[in-house]
Write a protein that binds this ligand. Structure first.
Ligand SMILES: Nc1ncnc2c1ncn2[C@@H]1O[C@H](COP(=O)(O)OP(=O)(O)OP(=O)(O)O)[C@@H](O)[C@H]1O
Length: 570
């Protein structure tokens, strides 16, 4: 059961609560059995008019056992649930922390709904493993064994009936329940994941689906999945109920068996009739204590299936090789590439091929080229977002393979083509990294990027739905101004801005990045005169490198692009 190894480790960490809950659970169970058997004995004894002190003693013991049972049951509930919730939180953090270092490329390949179903639903299914699978057999078997040993002093035959009952109830009933659910394994989890995937896709593509008239079809499919999930959950509930009913039936059957065998023994004179009521009460209580065994197979299968789904995620995903070297903080970063080639997983063609370049520390570089020529991919390689790269890529003369990814990210001030905005206030969205920035400073920055009409308490909707693309770009720009780091990687940071605002923002950018290394991917070819070098790309290759003047003099690819742009403007 290696699938459950994450769970076993988490259980080991919660061993104190687990041991206390087992101990209190055992005390509560035994106190319950003793309480009811003693009540049976008290009733029988009363018939023979015993001395008053005997009755007082028995009644006091029954009361005391009641108190012990209640207190230990409370302790059991408290510690077992505390252990369960701590396990759940450990599982969540373990799974999440294993996901975090995975390459974004791998994460992007996952369907978000399915991944969410795994992170939330499957992890939650695992929480029951302790409470409903690992824990009940320990309690049930220890209570049974204690009861059988004590009963054997009264009658070995009744003790044998208990053993038979234990085998039927603790093993037979779960085996029958297990057989009935073999075919159904994982149906709920699979449907839940499908529903989550379909629903997220519908939410993300709502407007397009509506425009292209496919919304109704999508809604129907989602509704069908939802009803199939309800059916599967209902089937699961029915199976659980069937197991519980079978268990109740067997509990009463075994109590009748105790009554019949006990009556025969009394008739034969081999057992005192005083004990009969006591033994029947014992049977009813002890078999009732084992109710959790009937639902155990269902929870076991669910947990194992959930663990398997989670493990597939972790097994498929390749963790980046550990790297120990760090980029020096606040030192401008020089970048060298020698014959670097790269292709996305599963892609037959090279996205980048034979890239050799030198970007001196503190220089300003523009990357231009046709759409799809590999400009963004090149930036992503510098951020070490893709682990498998051919050739040599060095930052400050350290091979990227040896560099710790986090240390690169700490140094980088990045604007991607799509910047994410969270639901919250504008202030929350600006202060992603640090909260020690005054409102006055934030308002000043907003004014510098022509957003003085915005207020810090303005509400931002999920994914920045109520912001224009240009506003998003300027807010992303403020975000990187608030960061520290000496490597600026900007992927078309001003593509949605008008010319005047763009120039204003770029001026601000050059002021802040004066001594730093700056690489900017740009579609527009205006304002590139101030760059130290321009890298021109086409179909994954570098076709030209030089300053603006050099490239214009050369009259090559860049010159043609520039001419096309100018013709378009005229
Ligand atoms: N996650 C991905 N998986 C597979 N292929 C990808 C992925 N991202 C990009 N590509 C492919 O890699 C190639 C280069 O893409 P890239 O985004 O680097 O180009 P680009 O020059 O930045 O384009 P644009 O100017 O349109 O942003 C494209 O052909 C694209 O289809």
């Amino acid at each position: 059961m290696s699938e459950l190894s994450i769970f076993a480790r988490a259980m080991l960490q919660e061993r104190k609560d687990i041991l206390i809950s087992i101990l209190t659970g055992f005390i509560a169970g035994i106190a319950g059995v003793t309480l009811f058997s003693m009540s049976g004995y008290l009733i029988s004894k009363t018939v023979f008019l015993p001395p008053l002190y005997t009755l007082i003693l028995l009644a006091a013991s029954v009361k005391l056992l009641g108190l012990v049972r209640a207190a230990s049951r409370y302790g059991e509930r408290l510690y077992s649930h505390r252990a369960t919730f701590s396990l759940l939180s450990r599982l969540r953090t373990t799974f999440f922390s294993r996901l975090l270092p995975l390459s974004p490329q791998w994460l992007n390949q996952q369907r978000s709904g399915d991944l969410l179903a795994k992170i939330v639903g499957d992890v939650e299914s695992l929480q029951f493993y302790f409470l409903r699978v690992a824990y009940p057999p320990i309690i049930v078997i220890s209570i049974f064994l204690t009861t059988v040993v004590v009963t054997s002093f009264i009658s070995i035959w009744i003790a044998l009936v208990f053993v038979a009952g234990m085998i039927i109830i603790a093993f037979g009933v779960p085996a029958i329940v297990r057989r009935s659910q073999l075919k159904q394994t994982g149906a709920v989890q699979q449907l839940r994941a499908q529903l989550a995937t379909d629903s997220t896709e519908m939410m993300y593509g709502f407007i397009d689906l509506k425009i292209y008239g496919r919304l109704a079809e999508h809604e129907q499919r989602t509704a069908k999945l939802a009803s199939e999930l309800t059916d599967a959950q209902q089937q699961d509930a029915i199976r659980l109920l069937r197991g519980q009913s079978l268990h109740s039936f067997m509990t009463f059957f075994m109590s009748w068996a105790v009554l019949v065998v006990g009556a025969l023994l009394i008739l034969q004179g081999s057992m005192d009739g005083l004990f009969l009521a006591m033994l029947i009460m014992t049977a009813m209580t002890v078999f009732d204590e084992s109710a959790a065994m009937a639902t155990l197979p269902a929870y076991k299968k669910d947990s194992e299936y959930a663990a398997k789904r989670l493990n597939t995620v972790l097994a498929e995903a390749e963790l980046p090789a550990p790297a120990s070297r760090m980029l020096e903080p606040q030192q401008p970063v020089g970048i060298d590439m020698e014959k670097v080639s790269f292709r996305y997983d599963g892609d037959w063609r090279w996205t980048l091929q034979d890239i050799s370049l030198h970007i001196p520390a503190g220089s300003k570089t523009a990357i231009v080229g046709a759409s799809g020529s590999g400009k963004t991919s090149l930036l992503e390689l510098i951020l070490k977002l893709h682990p498998h790269v051919q050739g040599e890529l060095r930052l400050n003369d350290i091979s990227i393979q040896e560099l710790d990814q986090e240390s690169i990210w700490k140094q980088a001030r990045v604007i991607l083509q799509h910047n994410h905005f969270f639901s919250g206030t504008l202030r929350d969205n600006l202060l992603l990294e640090q909260d020690a920035v005054s409102d006055t400073r934030l308002l000043e920055l907003l004014a510098q990027v022509d957003l003085s009409h915005k207020k810090l308490d303005d509400l931002v909707l999920e994914k920045g739905e109520n912001l224009s693309d240009g506003e998003k770009q300027r807010l992303a720009f403020i975000r990187i101004l608030l960061r520290s780091g000496s490597l600026w990687l900007l992927d078309e940071p001003t593509s949605s801005l008008d010319y005047v605002t763009e120039q204003r923002v770029l001026q601000l950018l050059f002021q802040h990045a004066k001594a730093d290394t700056l690489i900017m991917v740009s579609h527009r070819l205006t304002g590139l005169e101030r760059m130290d070098q321009i890298i021109v790309m086409d179909q994954g290759r570098i076709v030209e490198v030089g300053t603006y003047d050099e490239l214009m003099r050369q009259q090559g690819y860049f010159y043609k692009l520039k001419k096309l742009e100018m013709d378009r403007v005229v």
